[in-house]
Design a protein around this ligand. Structure first.
Ligand code: AP5
Length: 217
């Protein structure tokens, strides 16, 4: 099974992707995480991507497609993948379809995290992430048991540099300008399912479990 999680920044894609990938034994392929790892490792691709991410703009399609292709190439063809935050443009969607077809794969379902913009800045500015395992928290909606420390490994909880209100406003603009075009794109291909991403985390998880069970066919 290959799934795509699509939605605006802060909609809860990463939070749910971690759970679904674990439950369904899918590889969680989040382009934001891959790009942040490339920046941390100071690779040429990471250095090129950094300026775009700091500004809240989309990283050019060619760079993103390259990093996804390299990741897919390292996986066995039978391994299902959950794409989180990718594709984000029609060019990326077409690139993904071609990459999958070349490997005898296809997308089974695209889940749209439907949520009003009003929620997004509050979710992003309150987000904290474990520096060790990447698990997401929220100061208000999903607080850790011990302030500033990950429940799982005790790692330090850090704030992403692009989670300021100002950069989030630009990220939401990039979503509306480019990524939202993928809704009619996938709807016309019969792949799109919507969930109410404004609901509480466990309710979103329950709705997703129903959809993903359906995706087993
Ligand atoms: P990326 O890392 O992909 O970020 P994003 O899509 O902007 O999404 P987020 O990670 O901000 O949000 P999320 O939906 O995963 O929410 P989360 O679950 O964490 O991209 C960052 C940058 O990289 C982009 O701006 C771009 O520059 C570049 N990039 C990445 N991919 C690219 C691509 N394909 N093409 C071009 N450029 C690309 O939840 C958010 C917070 O809310 C958390 O604190 C969580 O605890 C809380 N929360 C989650 N669900 C709920 C809920 N139901 N109720 C209450 N709180 C909740």
């Amino acid at each position: 099974m290959n799934l795509v999680f699509l939605g605006p920044p802060g909609a809860g894609k990463g939070t749910q992707a971690k759970r679904v990938a674990e439950a369904k034994q899918l590889v969680h392929l989040a382009t934001g995480d891959l790009l942040r790892a490339a920046i941390k490792d100071a690779t040429p691709l990471g250095l090129e991507a950094k300026g775009y991410m700091d500004r809240g703009s989309l990283v050019p399609d060619e760079l993103v497609l390259r990093i996804v292709d390299a990741t897919l190439a390292a996986l066995p063809v039978s391994q299902g993948v959950l794409f989180d935050g990718f594709p984000r443009t029609v060019a990326q969607a077409e690139g993904l379809a071609a990459m999958l077809a070349a490997r005898g794969r296809k997308i089974d379902r695209v889940v749209f995290f439907d949520i009003h913009d009003a929620h997004l800045i509050r979710r992003a500015t309150g987000r904290r992430t474990c520096a060790v395992c990447g698990r997401p928290y929220h100061l208000e909606f999903q607080p850790p048991r011990v302030a500033g420390r990950c429940d799982v490994d005790g790692g330090e909880l850090v704030q992403r540099s692009d989670d300021s209100a100002e950069t989030m406003t630009r990220r939401i603009g990039a979503y509306q300008g480019d990524t939202a075009k993928l809704l009619p794109y996938y709807e016309s291909r019969g792949l799109l399912a919507r969930i109410d991403a404004a609901a509480q985390i466990d309710d979103v998880a329950r709705a997703l479990a129903g959809l993903v069970r359906g995706g087993d066919g």
